[in-house]
Design a protein around this ligand. Structure first.
Ligand SMILES: O=C(O)CC1=CCC(=O)O1
Length: 262
């Protein structure tokens, strides 16, 4: 069953402003997009959303599927009326791929950040789901956040690291575990050539979770997609490389204009 996603809306209310929807990573809440909704809301109507099981969104019992998460996002988009520009990072990027395959006419452009068409072998994700149901998200927060920023940024920004660990720890145990199960079963590789939306793919050069090779594989398979590799950049490249990501999304939205499907 579709759930109504918690979200915040920033930026101009006039109908002429492009709408940009942002969906994020496993263990995050919508504040991971603060560098984007702060800077981009001058020009765009920015809608940042919590995936189900995350932040302020409902937490139905798991397991979830990427398809179900995509249904939730389609519900959010439908409530907005017209088609939107969609950007997703990591698990959010998998959900965004699924939205693009299922409902291309709902999108004007697609930006995929630090994500994958398949997140490796299923078993480690099932093991993580078991661990989180047993010991809670707090037990894995430090190791998860170790992948979010390069060591150099983490060393220079201890308050960012602390805030990020709190974000992961605050994520519902069931929501997190059920999303791990969605990731374990996710394989969007065969669908990539069917994505008919203008697509930009962004990788972090030092991302140990979804490295440049995973993003290159997406860019190679999606017709006409462009790839940008940001250095330095780990898993949350939208934070570490906020200015570059904002500039890339802005020009991608401008280039995609109002006719995103081919
Ligand atoms: O938590 C991780 O290991 C990295 C990650 C993979 C999918 C996601 O959303 O985060």
């Amino acid at each position: 069953m579709t759930v109504a996603l918690a979200h915040r809306i920033d930026g101009p209310e006039d109908a002429g402003a492009p709408t940009l929807v942002l969906i994020g990573s496993l263990g995050s809440d919508l504040t991971m997009w603060e560098p984007q909704y702060t800077a981009l809301s001058g020009e765009f109507r920015v809608i940042s959303a919590d995936l189900r099981g995350h932040g302020g969104s409902p937490v139905p019992a798991g397991p979830y599927t990427v398809d179900a998460l995509a249904e939730d996002v389609l519900g959010l988009i439908a409530a907005r009326g017209g088609p939107v520009h969609l950007a997703g990072l990591s698990l959010g990027g998998a959900v965004a791929q699924r939205v693009a395959v299922r409902a291309p006419t709902r999108l004007l452009s697609l930006t995929l950040l630090c994500t994958a068409a398949r997140f490796g072998d299923p078993q480690p994700w099932l093991d993580r789901a078991t661990a989180v149901r047993k010991d809670g998200t707090g037990s894995i927060a430090a190791s998860v956040v170790d992948r979010w920023y390069t060591p150099r940024l983490a060393a220079s920004a201890p308050e960012l690291v602390a805030r990020s660990r709190t974000m992961v720890s605050a994520t519902s145990d069931e929501g997190y575990a059920a999303c791990c199960e969605a990731i374990s079963a996710w394989d969007g590789r065969a669908d990539l050539p069917r994505i008919a939306v203008h697509t930009l793919v962004i990788a972090g050069a030092q991302d140990s979770a979804t490295g440049p090779d995973a993003l290159r594989a997406i860019a190679d398979a999606v017709p006409g997609a462009a790839l940008e590799v940001l250095d330095p950049g780990a898993h949350l490249a939208n934070v570490e490389q906020a200015d570059a990501v904002n500039a890339l999304i802005t020009s991608h939205v401008h280039r995609s204009g109002t006719g995103g499907t081919r």
